[in-house]
Design a protein around this ligand. Structure first.
Ligand SMILES: [Zn+2]
Length: 137
């Protein structure tokens, strides 16, 4: 995955580009999700925020995740193995591999999966979520 180390200034610019007010809290959370975290759940983001940021409420963290998702900076996924929503900093088309041993979710590039769809014409596909489950040797 293309993971970059964005500076606070770069994150601020991204937020502004997406029409999001760049508060310090949003910049910090965004930096964590884009540069550090790996498909975190909202709870994981909140845990990190409690350890690394001055007083921040769960509501603020959840609200920020909503704002960042709505702006298109990150994506929210619901995986079948968990009831929780997972946030993804990779907004390009890709699939996922769930490592059943470690519980990690890894990105699979769209190019490495050849899909041959033969659906009835009336189905218009807007997005495809594929999760491969297994183990990494
Ligand atoms: Zn992903």
């Amino acid at each position: 995955m293309k993971r970059k180390n964005y500076s606070s200034e770069e994150i601020e610019k991204k937020l502004i580009e997406k029409g999001v007010q760049p508060t310090l809290q949003r910049i910090a959370l965004c930096q964590y999700i884009l540069c550090v975290a790996d498909h975190p759940t909202a709870d994981e983001v909140f845990d990190w925020a409690q350890k690394n940021m001055a007083k921040i409420s769960q509501a603020t963290v959840y609200n920020t995740l909503g704002v960042l998702t709505d702006s298109g900076l990150i994506r929210a996924f619901k995986f079948p193995h968990t009831e929780k929503i997972v946030y993804d900093c990779n907004i390009e088309d890709h699939f996922h591999f769930f490592d059943e041993k470690s519980g990690r979710i890894l990105d699979i590039e769209a190019d490495s999966v050849k899909l041959n769809l033969d659906l009835p014409k009336k189905y218009k596909v807007n997005s495809i979520d594929i999760v491969f489950k297994g183990e990494i040797k």
